[in-house]
Design a protein. Structure first.
Length: 180
């Protein structure tokens, strides 16, 4: 018991010498965090090439189908400036005889289905029409079209009844332009 009294007495003496324990006070500090966000490019790639199905000459007007290809568009600029994707195709020229032509006025894209948003904000608007003249097939107004989008619009080509058999080539040109 004396030992217990000594321990209690020792604690009492130490407490008297140190003084009462101050209450815990909370502290907080604020720190500024800086994040630098850098813009990237605006561009597109063909993830699948344009296609058209073959056709047999029948002596009647025909129409073949295909796709404009799977097109992936990325706007990583971080500006919200908007953009347009424009397509145009040349006449289809026979490899065997350059005088044999299938007119591109019958080459039509149906972009009535919207672009698929892979990541980003509002998808661009899609448009349909003939590809013989420059056609805006996608348009992202200001503050939209930021991110990654894909579209694979179907196409058709009118084949006249008096077509010559052979392999025909056309050049499809896609151009992406900045701006609303």
């Amino acid at each position: 018991m004396t030992r217990r009294i000594r321990v209690i007495l020792t604690i009492a003496v130490i407490s008297a010498l140190i003084g009462p324990t101050p209450p815990f006070t909370a502290q907080s500090h604020a720190a500024r965090i800086e994040l630098s966000v850098r813009g990237g490019p605006l561009g597109f790639t063909f993830e699948k090439q344009p296609t058209l199905t073959g056709v047999d000459v029948t002596g009647a007007d025909q129409q073949v189908g295909g796709t404009l290809g799977l097109i992936a568009i990325r706007d990583a600029r971080g500006t919200g400036a908007g953009w347009h994707l424009i397509a145009q195709a040349t006449d289809f020229i026979s490899r065997e005889d350059a005088g044999h032509v299938i007119d591109a006025t019958g080459y039509y894209v149906d972009a009535s289905e919207p672009a698929t948003t892979i990541a980003g904000n509002v998808a661009p608007l899609a448009f349909s029409g003939p590809l013989a003249v420059p056609l805006k097939i996608l348009s992202a107004p200001a503050d939209s079209g930021m991110g990654h989008f894909q579209i694979e619009p179907p196409v058709t080509l009118d084949i006249p009844a008096d077509v010559f058999a052979g392999t025909y080539d056309s050049t499809l040109t896609l151009t992406i332009l900045s701006g609303p």
